[in-house]
Design a protein. Structure first.
Length: 376
């Protein structure tokens, strides 16, 4: 049984400079309504609703109590995942593959009601990491510094990735930040947590993304050319930093291998037409290249600005960072590219796409990496 994406919807996006912004659950309503209206569906046609929200960063306990009704899940099969939203999509996909359901709405939204860095300190254990005021950003910085030291990576290379992603964002009508950032701009910006400079760190924006997915017969009824979910995989690593390798994303490597082996992908650079990767820092984007076997270990910098690979046409996290909702944003961007509806940044021959989701709420601790492979 095939399962395909048949529609996507976005709310408006906001940053902290915009005072008159919608609540995160209002954004969920808007994104879902736009996705359903696009194909002439209503909530009565939907069997399953799956959301992705994290109480800690929504600033509310049981945060999906607000979003479940906003997306139309009242008296329906509804659940929530406190992970990157690609995991919510994977969960909904498995529900439909079970044969018990035909149509699902997947939604994720981001709130600006809390300080994400400060809130993340409460994730860590109270005996070792919390007394050090560890937060998700400092954990990512530790991992980035380990990568730099192991492979003698210069910060100019990380700056080039920022430049490349913002160049793509300048062409993307859906990107929140469209201003190009140069290597010089990045190097001149202040350090926040070494080795991460201000212009290397994505700024969280508020907004919501919804996808409608359906089994084959239903999908073709509402969309002449659904984009099929060819395969999915995910993998998590350990918690304590001293018990795992920091300069290589082993969890992503394992998740990618699952997909590559099942789908007979021998050379991802040739077999996949575009990639949407979660660049939580530019150093991590180079590590992602290596874990996905796009380049050799320690040589992630070699494919920066390689246009033939079509990496992060959306502009990446540095341009539109919806925290856990970022994964769905990237899936939606790939869907639009493959449906020839991307607009100004449309590319030719986008028949297979790999989307990488990254749950990094604990920084370098307990990272979950996920893969969604789409095909026409």
């Amino acid at each position: 049984m095939k399962v395909g994406i048949i529609s996507v919807g976005f709310s408006d996006f906001y940053d902290k400079s915009i005072n008159e912004r919608k609540t995160y659950y209002e954004n969920s309503f808007i994104a879902t309504k736009r996705a359903l209206d696009e194909i002439g569906m209503n909530r009565g046609d939907v069997d399953v609703f799956v959301e992705s929200s994290i109480d800690l960063f929504a600033g509310r306990l049981i945060s999906n109590m607000y979003t479940c009704t906003a997306v139309g899940g009242y008296l329906k099969d509804e659940t929530n995942t406190a992970e990157d939203s690609t995991l919510a999509l994977i969960y909904a996909y498995m529900k439909l593959k079970s044969g018990l359901f035909d149509v699902a709405v997947v939604n994720s939204s981001t709130s600006l009601d809390v300080d994400y860095v400060h809130a993340s300190t409460t994730i860590f254990d109270p005996f070792i990491y919390r007394p050090l005021s560890m937060n998700y950003l400092s954990g990512l910085a530790i991992q980035a510094s380990s990568y730099m030291k192991s492979f003698k990576i210069k910060e100019e290379l990380a700056a080039k990735i920022v430049e490349s992603n913002t160049e793509n964002a300048s062409k993307n009508p859906r990107a929140f930040k469209k201003k190009k950032i140069t290597v010089s701009d990045v190097i001149k910006s202040e350090y926040v947590i070494w080795p991460l400079r201000e212009l290397m760190i994505p700024e969280v924006v508020s907004g919501s993304v919804s996808l409608v997915i359906a089994t084959e017969n239903i999908a073709k009824r509402y969309n002449d050319a659904p984009i099929w979910i060819e395969d999915v995989a995910w993998f998590s690593d350990g918690y304590y930093l001293g018990s795992k390798r920091l300069d290589f994303l082993t969890a992503l490597f394992n998740a990618a291998n699952k997909v590559y082996n099942k789908c007979n992908i021998m050379n991802p650079k040739k077999d996949i037409d575009l990639f949407e990767l979660s660049d939580v820092t530019p150093y991590h984007q180079m590590m992602i290249y290596e874990a996905l076997k796009l380049t050799e270990l320690g040589k992630g910098y070699e494919i920066i600005n390689n246009d033939s690979l079509r990496i992060n046409l959306s502009g990446g996290n540095i341009s539109t960072y919806l925290f856990q909702a970022t994964g769905l944003f990237k899936v939606a961007e790939a869907f639009l590219q493959m449906s020839n509806k991307a607009g100004n940044n449309q590319v030719e021959k986008a028949e297979r796409a790999l989307i990488h989701g990254f749950t990094h709420v604990a920084g370098a601790s307990t990272q979950t990496h996920s893969i969604v492979l789409l095909s026409k």
